[in-house]
Structures are given as structure tokens and as C-alpha cells.
Design a protein around this ligand. Structure first.
Ligand code: FES
Length: 80
């Protein structure tokens, strides 16, 4: 599974670095390093949304840092 986290300027300001750090930790904690590949991405055109844009299987989600654990459980862990 490939996960793209937007590192465009708007998402950067909303904390994409922290989102990437947290996702990296969650992937390690759950032993998914072989299954989940985390990549940075340029702007996904969703800057107007509240959170950082994250794309999985061509679907773009907007996720704030406070919700990243829940997002990980629902969209990543549940599909691995
Ligand atoms: S900068 Fe992330 S969607 Fe535009």
C-alpha cells in the first residue's frame, strides 16, 4: 500500500511533517514497514480543507494531526 502525504506549502503549514512523523511511528509500531510505503507529494489541490491531504488508492482525505491515529486504524491498518 502506498500512502502519499502532501508536503505542499499549505499542508506544510498545517503540519504535514508531524503527520508524516506520526504515520511513520504507527507503521513501525504495527510492523507494517514491508507493507506500507509512505511518500511525500506535491499539492493535491485540496488546500482549502482543514487538514493535511493524504492520498490512498487515488482517494484524497483531509486529516488533522489529532485524528491521525483514528485515520491510520480505519484506512490503513484495517486494509493491510
Ligand atoms: S498544499 Fe496540500 S493540498 Fe495543496
Amino acid at each position: 500500500m502506498e500512502i502519499f502525504v502532501c508536503v505542499g506549502s499549505s499542508c506544510h503549514l498545517k503540519g504535514s511533517k508531524n503527520v508524516i512523523d506520526r504515520l511513520t511511528s504507527l507503521i513501525k509500531e504495527n510492523g507494517l514497514e514491508e507493507k506500507v510505503i509512505l511518500k511525500g507529494s506535491f499539492c493535491m489541490g485540496k488546500c482549502g480543507l482543514d487538514g493535511v491531504s493524504i492520498k490512498i488508492n487515488d482517494e484524497v482525505y483531509s486529516v488533522v494531526l489529532e485524528d491521525i491515529d483514528m485515520f491510520f486504524n480505519k484506512k490503513i491498518l484495517a486494509n493491510c
